[in-house]
Design a protein around this ligand. Sequence first.
Ligand code: PEP
Ligand code: MG
Length: 593
Amino acid sequence: MAPPAKESVFHGIPASPGIAIGTVLILAKNEFSVEQRKIAPSEIEKEIEGFREALTKTRSQIQELQNKIQKILSEKDSRIFDAHLLIIDDKILMDEIEETVRKEKSNIGYVFSKTIQRYIVAISSIEDKYFRERASDIKDVAERILKNLHGREDVFLEHLPGERIIIAHDLTPSDTAGLDRDNVLAFATESGSRTSHTAIMARSMQIPAVVGIQENIQALIKSGDLVIVDGHSGNLILNPTTETLAQYAEKETKEQKFYEEILKESNLRPETLDGFRIQLAANIDKQDEISNARLYGAAGVGLFRTEYLLINSSKIPSEEEQFAVYSELASSMEGHSIIIRTFDVGGDKLSEIITPHHEANPFLGCRAVRLFREHIDILVDQIKAIVRASAFGKVKIMFPMISTGEEVDELLRIVKGVKEELSSRKIPFDEKIETGIMIEIPSAALISDLLARKVDFFSIGSNDLVQYTMAVDRTNEKVAYLYQPANPAILMLIKLIVKSARRHKIWVSVCGEMAGDPRYTPLLLGMGIHELSMTPASIGPVRRLVRSLKMHDAQKLVERSLAANSAKEVIQMSEELISRVAPDIINLAGTGD
Ligand code: PEP
Ligand code: MG
């Protein structure tokens, strides 16, 4: 009999709180690159037969998906997959692949992926929206074929074989968005960081996650192993002992109790002991998250990341389709406001339909509003849909990634044009719709006094503000130690932004991950931020903390922090204050990294 497997602990970055105990499913690295293997002439026909079977299986999977979509959405939506079927049935393409296998005597997986990659590169270089959409269809269907070819049905993230903990080198935000929510207990990845969009999504989907484990865990752990994912400490425990399992079961019970209690406080005012009020709002990526926002007592939506309408979609939603989404959300807000941010695609949020081209430095490239210089029609359609939705509720429009005053002038001109057009067509909208910008690039922070004269509000995107100020890729685990929201440099910029906003009498919020992390609550409160917008589940702990603090103490902390030597020192001072006034938050809400 084999000896019992030894317990091992891997440490990563805690990306989404919660504890999960379960069976592993390993997601292999890069499905799209297949190694070349020479095959004997006698193997050729078997390879080809396997390939044809994979095509048949893929065809029936897609048809099944179409039926499902037709039931949930509509016949029209299910037609999107017709393009996928056309690719499978492309006889010329498939014959070419089989011919190459016969000629080169290489494994079919390799030949197939090479041929497909060549097609994708060729199609992506055509400056036409239609062809760019086809490139993303080809990629999607090719991934499916490859998975079927290698007999890995289990890696379809949207349809897992049962409850599993996913372990992967990396997960993209679109992988995460498509996760089978009923069956994913948690995930752990070798790469990534706390503010990568994958981590942000995990938090909003309330899936415990650990990222940035800088070890080859895929080689050390296999599918079927038992693990614990601790999204508070960042630990991944392989083969836990009976004692460890008991400890974690107790932790889980305590945590559930804490959140049940916190939930009872959802109606309480987020007000300090000495009477200062701050607004707590929700960040949402998808429409269905609005119920969670309500459950946790959010005073509106401070950030709707609309780019998730594009990710995993094969076409850009039309003005009408977007209008349907935005107006429904606006109507459901019960008088609260909703800030709709225009598409922030680029960086780690690559949408194949808008950004199929490779960029050497995507975070510094054609991201968000910059992208729309080439696709102005997309931006105009979106603005129209948002402005029209303002007839149904308190809608505000927000532009991300602002780096100059001219950009703001240009965007405001477009908004003005849209309003004029709607007026002339007698389409109703709120004439006074507020327009705001995200301050997330240091240049915008430095000229915030100028920008504050142009807009109705600022929202500080701390995730990017830290990334661009500290010159640290927010998704790269190797430099995560430099990703320091509490660095005095960041605090100085936030202080400057608040000063500019207050001077010009506009309001200012923080909608980056700093807003939902209690360690920064006293600092942001003390600096005079009006609103904190966060993942709905973070609202409870932040509300309890706000209600335990005095503004005077928060302001004193800010003063000392601005003169501190390091981010570490600032965090220590903040944690000291929190453990004095709300020890539960430090002990249990555990955000630590
Ligand atoms: C931010 O940068 O802080 C932000 C809220 O936007 P995103 O995370 O989508 O870039
Ligand atoms: Mg941002």
